[in-house]
Design a protein around this ligand. Structure first.
Ligand SMILES: Cc1cc2nc3c(=O)[nH]c(=O)nc-3n(C[C@H](O)[C@H](O)[C@H](O)COP(=O)(O)OP(=O)(O)OC[C@H]3O[C@@H](n4cnc5c(N)ncnc54)[C@H](O)[C@@H]3O)c2cc1C
Length: 446
């Protein structure tokens, strides 16, 4: 209670008698009184005059109504079920999973239903063929939780997409339906302990053919979902022609050892791993026949990279909304901290970033029909969106004060997750170099 307001009230009335009367009232009488007060919606101004009671506006990250104007009615409809699922079903429970570093399997059936409502009867097909709709989903999910976004991005965006794009009819027949219905889960293993940014040149996992059998040897690192995945797309270099090829390795294949990575400070609900491939045997029927070289993988990575830029945009929106909501409720010096100039400066910087990211992503959405240049355009979006999202996370975390490092207020989890998004799908530097090469015509990689 603000002492100055109490003092002003004491000049008008006998405070002690007023409190006695209030104390003696029943709950119903109090509720009726407060309801009447709300209807009048007035408070006590500094000069004793009535001023309106503060009613915070609902946080809304679409300040320019960019999505309202850019999206068709069907696209608007597609956003709603997944957004509802994330806010109503995921938000209340996700912190516990994140803190325990566990995959929230209880949410998988709800996610499947929400995706079906958002993307139609063949949601994975829509996800693979309509990158704009997939982008909207990839934005709405991490607005609430980026770990769920990565779970989907790996099982559908990387694993299922590889099979859909490069697989044989038999492989598609076997895997696409179960992966789409979440009856099976997928992982995708490109990065190695010794080769991350230089995977294109340095990939050291080998594939050696003998008749109909391929033997895979090497190691992989990170591969999301791999602790529970039924199938992992493993990228390996053919010892005969030196080209990178893709193989489908099923869970429990002898020599395929998966160990969960512990001690992560970001995306803790995502199950990242170390994998050892020690003489893993698969058949020619398990090789993805549509892959000719690493260039094919790079094409897939461009779409995935655009997905990460959508993710950063969604995270920035969530960070802004959570921070604004907190600042309108948190009282200091007798008023909501949102009423202080320096706090508003931070909120406005966050909102400016959010609108810039939304505009950039709507711009990138217009580039999907020119796949040849998507690579560099997605890289620019990844660099810019993640930089600005990370800045937005930092401002938001600060505006929450000490509560900014507590999971319960929503911002801390996104703040920590920002660090993973900064480095994956090509680190910031790699994406700078891809864009730099495109605009200068000069490669600065090595
Ligand atoms: C949460 C998470 C999930 C992931 N999921 C998957 C997955 O499902 N499947 C998968 O295959 N991988 C996955 N990854 C791996 C991810 O793609 C790599 O972390 C990323 O490509 C960077 O590789 P690295 O971590 O080995 O860093 P490094 O390549 O070791 O880079 C370290 C630093 O050096 C810089 N650097 C390197 N080369 C240059 C250069 N030429 N010029 C300037 N700077 C340079 C980098 O930018 C970076 O800052 C995941 C990673 C994370 C964090």
């Amino acid at each position: 209670m603000d002492p100055a307001r109490l003092a002003r009230l004491a000049q008008k009335t006998d405070l002690s008698a007023l409190l006695d009367r209030l104390e003696a009232m029943t709950n119903d009488e109090l509720a009726e009184l407060l309801g009447a007060d709300e209807a009048g919606a007035s408070g006590d101004g500094a000069d004793g005059a009535d001023v309106p009671v503060y009613q915070p506006p609902a946080p809304d990250a679409d300040f320019y109504r960019l999505f309202d104007r850019a999206l068709t009615a069907e696209q608007q409809d597609a956003r709603r079920p997944i957004r509802r699922f994330m806010t109503e079903d995921v938000a209340p429970v996700i912190n516990d999973y994140w803190e325990r570093a566990e995959m929230p399997f209880e949410l998988v059936p709800g996610l499947r239903d929400a995706l079906r409502q958002s993307l139609g009867d063949q949601p994975a097909r829509t996800y693979c063929t309509d990158p704009f709709l997939a982008g909207l989903v990839a934005m709405e999910i991490p607005r609430v939780d980026p770990s769920i976004g990565t779970f989907l991005g790996v099982t559908w965006g990387l694993c299922l997409y590889s099979i859909w794009q490069f697989g044989s009819d038999a492989q598609k027949e076997k895997w696409i339906g179960p992966l789409e219905r979440f009856e099976a889960f997928g992982s995708w293993a490109l990065t190695e302990p010794e080769h991350g940014s230089d995977a294109a040149l340095g990939l050291a996992t080998t594939a050696t053919r003998d008749g109909d059998t391929w033997t895979l040897d090497g190691a992989k690192k990170w591969s999301g979902n791999a602790t529970f995945a039924d199938v992992t797309v493993v990228w390996a270099r053919d010892t005969a022609d030196g080209q990178v090829k893709g193989f489908l390795v099923e869970k429990d294949t002898p020599g395929f050892e998966v160990t969960k990575l512990e001690g992560k400070i970001a995306k803790r609900a995502v199950q990242n791993v170390d994998i050892v491939l020690d003489g893993v045997q698969v058949t020619e029927a398990d090789r993805l026949p549509g892959v000719r070289s690493f260039k094919d993988v790079a094409g897939q990575l461009a779409i995935a990279r655009a997905g990460v830029a959508w993710e950063a945009c969604g995270m920035a929106m969530g960070l802004y909304e959570q921070t604004l909501d907190y600042c309108t409720r948190r009282m200091q010096f007798g008023k909501p901290i949102a009423g202080f100039q320096l706090v508003q400066e931070g909120l406005v910087r966050m909102l400016g970033n959010v609108v810039a990211l939304q505009a950039m992503m709507l711009g990138l959405a217009g580039c999907y029909d020119e796949p040849r240049r998507l690579h560099e355009r997605a890289s620019l979006a990844k660099v810019f969106c993640v930089d600005k999202m990370r800045e937005t996370a930092s401002i938001g975390r600060g505006l929450l004060g000490g509560n900014g490092i507590l999971l319960e207020h929503g911002v801390a989890r996104l703040f920590a997750d920002a660090e993973a998004v900064y480095s994956y799908e090509g680190s910031r530097e790699m994406n700078v170099l891809i864009t730099g090469r495109a605009v200068t015509g000069l490669s600065a990689f090595v």
